[in-house]
Design a protein around this ligand. Structure first.
Ligand code: PHE
Length: 455
């Protein structure tokens, strides 16, 4: 029975290890790079409000469902979905939910590692004192020069893919735990310091107003879809990353508590990043909607002006690379676990294959910022398209299917056994309200709204 099932890939050593690994997966470029720039593009407050609602009403309930499926199945998401469908006497087609996740993981990691490459490049740029005394124009030029050069982007992208694959090849559990335990608090420490800098030197009031005062006239259908998509992206939901981590979770840990802790930590990091960045944006007369380069054009100004900026700046980008690293590992783990299970590959061989595919698809993003910047489909560069397709469509769709599977198709008894919640009322609320109704219908309504059906 499910109770005795063990993962062939091993188990987390404790509940804390799982919390750290899941937080490592959730906290990444999504919080520090993506959240501020999409918030800037979609007008601030109202967007943030929708994002927060999605985290609490859809994200946390779906996270619980995804972890519970993983722990019950104890295999890669593809095989977990296949065996759970069989156990529950449901059609085998559910394994394609796992396949969609594997595909989404490749597509996301392909561009994620290019952006992580920017962060790597910035470790050296800040470390060499390049930003000392920098103005907003200077910071913008340095960024523009970096992304205009495909060879440099390619080199950094390659380095990041190799770094990721080395860790994945060794198995996600060794090392990850310790690193997250020490480096995550440091990252939070630096963010607190940056918020402090923004308070004293930036246009703090204006920044807070932009982030937290909702102006609903700025909230169009795309903004709502993007906010919802981002709530999945930032919590690593809908593609099997949290499911595969859940498959290594010991039986007696509380899925509810761990999900809430991870989601709160993730949200706190994103909001802090926003509070650090927008005051700098406004104090320097910059454009909040500057796009994917936003943090790379604003934070160097702060580091260029504060005492000890070279040290703190370098440390910040090192920690950002690190946060991206622990997320990247989880993006590819579902694919690697499947290769090991179904093809009897060693982890090393599986990682090399997965790494090569990621690297190759990543070329589309590398070129999106330079030689292909005019290649547009539906007005989007290949990078924009990859991001739109994965965050706004594939992840919410994955989340929707996870909610339907758990809430409507699995037997209530299996769900209840696996979740083992102490308070019956809380379980009834999660089950009857959140996972059966609010989460799936929430996603459907946002989708329909985005394609204009609800007008
Ligand atoms: N949550 C990660 C971030 O915010 C990205 C990610 C998405 C990781 C999906 C795994 C799965 O950076």
């Amino acid at each position: 029975m499910a109770e005795e099932r063990q993962s062939i890939h091993g188990q987390w050593s404790s509940r804390m290890a799982f919390i750290l690994a899941a937080t490592g997966s959730a906290v990444g470029l999504g919080n520090i790079w993506k959240f501020p720039y999409i918030t800037g593009e979609h007008g601030g407050g109202a967007f943030v409000l929708v994002y927060l609602l999605c985290i609490f009403l859809i994200g946390i309930p779906v996270m619980m469902a995804e972890i519970l499926l993983g722990r019950r199945g104890r295999q890669s998401p593809i095989n977990t979905m296949r065996s759970l469908a069989k156990e529950e006497k449901l059609p085998a087609i559910w394994k394609y939910l796992g396949w969609m996740g594997v595909l989404a993981g490749f597509l996301i990691l392909s561009y994620y590692s290019v952006i992580a490459g920017w962060a790597l490049a910035y470790v050296f740029r800040t470390g060499s004192g390049l930003f000392t005394g920098a103005t907003s124009d200077g910071a913008q030029t340095i960024f523009a020069e970096l992304i205009a050069d495909p060879e440099r982007l390619l080199a950094w992208h390659t380095l990041f893919v190799v770094m990721t694959m080395i860790i994945v090849a060794r198995g996600v559990k060794s090392g990850l735990e310790k690193a997250v335990r020490y480096l995550m608090p440091l990252l939070i420490g630096i963010l607190v310091m940056l918020v402090g800098y923004a308070m004293s030197e930036g246009a703090f009031q204006e920044g807070l107003h932009f982030l937290f005062d909702p102006d609903f006239s700025k909230l169009d259908e795309t903004a709502i879809l993007t906010a919802m998509g981002h709530s999945f992206f930032t919590l690593s939901l809908g593609m099997g990353a949290i499911m595969v981590y859940g498959s290594y979770l010991p039986k007696n840990t509380s899925i509810t508590k761990t999900s809430i802790i991870v989601a709160l930590a993730d949200t706190a990091v994103a909001l802090m990043a926003g509070m650090a960045i927008f005051p700098i944006v406004f104090a320097n007369g910059m454009e909040p909607g500057a796009g994917p380069g936003l943090i790379f054009q604003t934070l160097p100004i702060a580091f260029g002006q504060m005492p000890g900026g070279v040290f703190f700046g370098t440390l910040f980008f090192v920690l950002l690379v690190f946060a991206a690293w622990t997320s990247a590992i989880s993006l590819i783990e579902p694919a690697v676990a499947w290769l090991v299970e179904n093809h009897g590959q060693t982890r090393i061989y599986a990682s090399v294959i997965a790494g090569f595919v990621t690297w190759f698809v990543g070329l589309a993003t590398v070129f999106s910022f330079n030689i292909w910047s005019d290649v547009k489909y539906w007005d989007m560069t290949p990078f924009d398209l990859l991001d739109y397709l994965t965050s706004n469509i594939m992840l919410p769709l994955g989340g929707l299917l996870i909610a339907v599977f758990t809430g409507w198709l699995m037997s209530r008894q299996s769900v209840q056994d696996e979740l083992a919640m102490r308070y019956k009322g809380l379980f009834n609320f999660w089950y009857g309200v959140l996972i059966r109704v609010v989460a799936p219908f929430g996603v459907i309504v946002v989708f329909l709204n985005a394609i204009g059906v609800l007008d």
